[in-house]
Write a protein that binds this ligand. Structure first.
Ligand code: MG
Ligand code: MG
Length: 258
């Protein structure tokens, strides 16, 4: 497995790409209301990306037709934006990737549409916290699967499940680079983390079963039991003293604090 380390100069370019993604998610959050369509959100993101001289990373990737992945309720990932209207009580994950000055940034967040059930609120909290548990292990000297194990342990302690079929990834001049980062597994396996690794860590957390299926559109991934799912992702860089979240903006600061 080829693991590419990024120089300080490369990480500073990746920070710019990551900040653009964070900014887009923050702007979209203001638009997530009952009555909005997922196509509205996609249009806004796409316009903003081009305005900033960047390119949408997902549009055309293996034939994906849109700038954002918008995944509502039982959708896990890769939902296609369209005429679907958001309703009070829905949750929607928005995954956004951009390419800017030759480097990619990638992040996802799951938002509440108006007032949501206690059950969905817990799912969002556990999903967000599981991402933080994983990121906390992304430090020099740890092994790659320490991230995976921390995510799985936290989610299962809370009585929820992690999706097996999709993973996080290295990121840089390519959207998806080595290594693949599972959200489950035993700790102490895989490559040792070193300064200059840039990783997109992205747990997908289900309220019910971890099993998923792909819809007839060929993209939308759905929980097999149709129970809700949440997705949280940050692009992070492993640094000398810890990690830096490249896709973090103050608007996205979790209540727990990073
Ligand atoms: Mg990703
Ligand atoms: Mg993503």
């Amino acid at each position: 497995m080829m693991l590419e380390m990024k120089s300080a100069a490369e990480i500073s370019l990746m920070r710019a790409a990551g900040q653009l993604v964070a900014e887009i998610l923050a702007r979209l959050e203001e638009r997530i209301k009952p009555g909005a369509t997922t196509a509205d959100l996609n249009r806004l993101a796409e316009r903003y990306i081009y305005q900033k001289g960047a390119q949408p990373a997902f549009k055309g990737y293996r034939g994906f037709p849109a700038t954002l992945c918008t995944s509502v309720n039982e959708h896990v990932v890769h939902g296609i934006p369209g005429a679907r209207v958001l309703n009070e009580g829905d949750i929607i994950s928005i995954d956004c990737g951009v390419q800017l000055n030759g480097f990619y940034g990638d992040a996802a967040w799951t938002f509440a549409v108006g007032h949501i059930s206690e059950e969905k609120r817990n799912l969002l909290d556990v999903g967000e916290q599981s991402l933080q548990k994983g990121i906390a292990k992304a430090t020099v000297g740890n092994r790659l699967s320490d991230i995976s194990a921390a995510i799985q342990r936290y989610v299962e302690e809370k009585g929820m499940s992690v999706v097996r079929d999709y993973t996080g990834h290295g990121i840089g001049r390519q959207l998806h680079e080595s290594p693949e980062i599972r959200n489950f597994g035993r700790p102490g396996r895989g490559p040792r983390l070193t300064k200059g690794m840039v990783l997109a860590i992205e747990p997908m957390v289900n309220l019910g079963t971890h099993h998923v299926d792909t819809e007839e559109d060929g993209w939308t991934v759905t929980t097999r039991d149709r129970m809700p799912s949440a997705h949280f992702e940050h692009t992070i860089a492993v640094t000398e003293t810890g990690y830096e979240i490249l896709t973090l903006l103050p608007e996205l600061l979790p209540k727990g604090g990073y």
